[in-house]
Design a protein around this ligand. Structure first.
Ligand SMILES: Cc1cc2nc3c(=O)[nH]c(=O)nc-3n(C[C@H](O)[C@H](O)[C@H](O)COP(=O)(O)O)c2cc1C
Length: 182
């Protein structure tokens, strides 16, 4: 079973890279799944302008970047979305990358690690109905990191309890992914 940990911020100086690496570092030692770090920034997914609706399932993509993104998502059975909260919602670049694909997501469970002043929880509440459209099971347990208390002098410095929360969330994700895959 392969689980993709997606870093969903592409900004210069983003906080999301350290968060994604923290998730991956913890997850990659597990023996119940293989975890792959997928950095959205490195895929350089263009804005969706294609006449072909990705949700239609044709997997026809003009852009080589989208084809690469499609292959990366296709090879995973489940995901961890590492997401910031932008203006009380999901980050636009990540939503665009999500919208740029269709069948690659279908039926694959998603767990959320969010961050922001209030832990990014509003972004996750926006993500849940979005991923439900492709019948993706949203894992209930989530990790909400506060930019006020889980960073020290600008460096990511999560509270000890966050690792426990991360482990619980990953346990649930692996369990659900195994059942759905079966
Ligand atoms: C466009 C934009 C909108 C933001 N809106 C929110 C917000 O609604 N709530 C919040 O807690 N933080 C908000 N922030 C602050 C982010 O939590 C903070 O900048 C964080 O570092 C963003 O993640 P990133 O660095 O990985 O892109 C916003 C930041 C940006 C750039």
């Amino acid at each position: 079973m392969r689980i993709g940990v997606i870093i969903g911020s592409i900004r210069d100086g983003r906080k999301g890279q350290a968060v994604g690496e923290w998730v991956h570092e913890r997850a990659r030692h597990r023996e119940d799944a293989t975890f792959e770090l997928l950095d959205l920034r490195s895929f350089d997914v263009p804005l969706l302008t294609s006449n072909v609706q990705p949700g239609g399932g044709s997997r026809v993509y003009d852009s080589p970047q989208v084809r690469e993104w499609s292959a990366a998502i296709d090879r995973c059975d489940a995901f961890v979305f590492v997401t910031p909260e932008y203006n009380h919602g999901v980050p636009g670049a990540f939503k665009n990358a999500y919208d740029s694909l269709g069948p690659e997501w279908v039926g694959k469970p998603v767990a959320f690690v969010s961050y922001g002043g209030m832990g990014g929880v509003r972004a996750v509440e926006h993500w849940r109905p979005v991923v439900a459209n492709f019948q993706q099971y949203g894992i209930r347990a989530q990790v909400a990191l506060s930019t006020n208390t889980d960073w020290t002098d600008g460096e990511f410095d999560p509270h000890d309890r966050c690792l426990t929360e991360l482990d619980v969330m990953l346990d649930m994700l692996v369990s659900v992914a195994g059942k759905l895959r079966g």
